[in-house]
Design a protein around this ligand. Structure first.
Ligand code: HEM
Length: 150
């Protein structure tokens, strides 16, 4: 039988942020994240053929922070950053297919599970539910036209 959901959104956001703080403070996090991402969908490697991973690993951690800060609707900087990321990932720029975000979330959950020292299985549901909102926002911007050159 399905389980009753008792936690509020705010409680889940707090649990996810605490899980992030326990797990993301290691350079292994981003390295493992990309290993998991390529394991889950090898074709994604093609996007990263010319990528400097030292730089990209830092970019991922900054991006993840924006995603979590975006949940706080009054954080205008996070909103601007996620909008910028949506633009760089959209069809007219890097053309990251919306279906690829599914693996991004899966790789994220695999990675947190590995690095959160207080992991328990319900956290996987909380993480998925919480990142669903900002990731859906990014996906929704896929057809956003590229900004005209200034
Ligand atoms: C919510 C999900 C995601 C976040 C937060 C994120 C974050 C970032 C950030 C911060 C950058 C650095 C460049 C920039 O600031 O525009 C970046 C670049 C990039 N991302 Fe994402 N990303 C996400 C999803 C994805 C997915 C699903 C893919 C592909 C499957 C992807 C592929 C790339 C590629 C190819 C680059 C450029 C790498 C390079 O500079 O060579 N991203 N991403």
């Amino acid at each position: 039988m399905a389980r009753e959901r008792k936690k509020t959104w705010e409680e889940k956001v707090t649990l996810v942020r605490a899980s992030y703080n326990r797990s993301a403070d290691t350079p292994l996090f981003a390295r493992d994240f990309y290993q998991h991402l390529f394991f889950l969908s090898p074709k994604i490697k093609k996007y990263f053929e010319n990528t400097d991973f030292e730089h990209q690993e830092k970019a991922l951690m900054a991006g993840l922070k924006y995603i979590l800060d975006f949940l706080d609707n009054s954080n205008t900087n996070a909103r601007a950053q996620v909008l910028r990321l949506s633009q760089s990932h959209a069809k007219d720029n890097m053309n990251i297919y919306p279906h690829d975000y599914y693996y991004w979330i899966d790789a994220l959950v695999m990675t947190v599970k590995k690095h959160d020292t207080q992991w328990y299985n319900d956290l996987a549901f909380y993480w998925r539910e919480v990142v669903f909102y900002p990731v859906s926002f990014m996906i929704s911007q896929y057809f956003l036209p590229a900004k005209p050159e200034a």
